[in-house]
Write a protein of this length. Structure first.
Length: 462
């Protein structure tokens, strides 16, 4: 009996262990491995670059393009092919004796080749000159790899901006939710005061109603802020490839003031850094190589070959009563096309048109990037002024709320003035936090627009 109980206990322990291991595996697979907390902004950016699925996808694409380069490089080396062929003829080949091609009547027929032939062959081919087609294709593949690298860098810049955005927006959402909760608590106090004053006969009943309405509106704003914070957290978790409902504790970000170069300096930095520009410039280089590849059809193509074969009646081709069963050969081969209906000329013109299109695209992209830089720069200036103005407005709203509350206790103002002061204070706090975080959101946009962090030393600017 005790032995049975012990075995049952052991089985149960093993089963629980399997279940726990399976649950752990599912948690890890579903993004349950949470990072160390509290999570700083710098660590969040690193985590996003390590775990983000979009970046992993473009990195895999980069590896795929690298293999394409290896494929094209392989065309420079000798190619070795082998083949086996078995052929069975309906009638056995034969020959007769004749004079000047006229068969002699009654001459006997004798076979000239086996009716069934097995042929084994190994052939080596080495291109010698292809009209620069191989070199052009190889250069095109290497430029493809550079373009893929620029795509990875572009994705890194976007993810860095997106993670900073999501991180700061979560912090802002937490601040706005706290402001909404503080406003609800303040209005609950005002409602209780209004009810007490009404019961004492100091105020009319409509003051209580006003407090109820203001409190209901504040609670509605609190629910909206809570809902928005949930979505912001989910967006951040998505960038980290974590479970959408994972709860991360974020460290408060520092807000140093960054010196910003002048607009012209920012233009120059963006044109030197932006991977999108480099990608189009590389595509224009590719078009030049593609033009060489298209014109290669005008040239002859020279290749060398070496061949060894065995041919006979049996499977191993060792028995051939009519000729030698094995042989080898070496030689040169020249291929030169003389007419193909204007195909090469059309291919050449096609590449020229594509190169012109890329040049136009490059000019347009430069203008778009300048507009992006200008927009981010102006937004940063607006955000800086908003931050200074919101600090002043918040101090004024706090003083106004304090003075209005004192005046209400002295019966110098009506209750509506108290509610208005609460609304002004709450909105000023919202504006302050939005301006404070908005400055650094605008800074993230500017750094994305110029293709990286602001330079530490600037020749001028704000």
């Amino acid at each position: 009996m005790w032995k049975g109980i012990a075995l049952g206990t052991l089985f149960f322990s093993i089963l629980v262990g399997f279940v726990q291991d399976g649950a752990t595996a599912l948690a890890v697979e579903g993004g349950g491995d949470l990072p160390a907390q509290p999570l700083t902004l710098e660590r969040a950016v690193d985590l996003g670059l390590q775990r983000n699925r979009t970046l992993k996808a473009v990195q895999e694409e980069l590896e795929a393009v690298g293999q394409q380069v290896r494929q094209v490089r392989g065309d420079f080396f000798p190619r070795v092919d082998s083949s086996y062929t078995i052929t069975h003829l309906k009638d056995e080949p034969f020959a007769t004796l004749g004079i000047s091609g006229v068969p002699v009547v009654g001459s006997p027929e004798f076979p000239t080749a086996p009716q069934t032939t097995n042929r084994w062959q190994v052939e080596l081919t080495q291109p010698i000159f292809t009209g620069f087609a191989l070199t052009s294709r190889f250069n095109i593949s290497r430029l493809d790899y550079k373009i893929a690298q620029y795509k990875v860098e572009e994705t890194r810049l976007s993810i860095t901006r997106d993670v900073r955005y999501a991180f700061l927006q979560v912090l802002l959402g937490e601040k706005l939710l706290q402001v909404a909760r503080d406003n609800v608590q303040s209005l609950e106090v005002q409602r209780r005061n209004a009810q007490a004053n009404f019961q004492e006969g100091f105020v009319a009943h409509n003051d209580v109603l006003k407090a109820e309405v203001a409190l209901a509106q504040a609670r509605q704003r609190e629910r909206a802020a809570a809902k928005q914070l949930v979505l912001l957290r989910s967006r951040l978790n998505q960038l980290f490839d974590l479970d959408l409902h994972a709860r991360l504790e974020l460290a408060e970000a520092s807000f140093p003031q960054h010196p910003v170069p002048s607009l012209e300096e920012l233009y120059a930095i963006a044109e030197a850094r932006r991977p999108e520009l480099m990608s189009v410039e590389t595509s224009i280089q590719q078009a030049g190589e593609a033009l060489t590849a298209a014109r290669s059809r005008f040239y002859p193509r020279l290749s060398a070959f070496a061949q060894y074969y065995r041919e006979g009646e049996d499977f191993l081709a060792s028995d051939n009563p009519f000729t030698n069963n094995e042989n080898a050969a070496i030689g040169l081969k020249v291929d030169w096309n003389w007419f193909e209906g204007g195909k090469t000329q059309a291919a050449t013109r096609e590449v020229l048109f594509k190169r012109k299109a890329l040049e136009e695209r490059l000019r347009e992209l430069k203008q778009q990037i300048r507009i992006q830089v200008e927009d981010a720069y102006e937004q940063l200036q607006v955000a800086r002024m908003d931050m200074e103005a919101s600090e002043t407005a918040l101090r004024q709203a706090e003083e106004n709320e304090r003075m209005t509350s004192m005046q209400y206790r002295e019966q110098l103002v009506i209750f509506l003035e108290v509610l208005n002061a609460q609304v002004f204070l709450s909105q000023s706090r919202v504006d302050y936090h939005q301006a404070r975080y908005g400055y650094h959101l605008a800074l993230a946009d500017l750094e994305r627009a110029i293709g990286g962090p602001l330079p530490e030393k600037t020749g001028g600017g704000n």
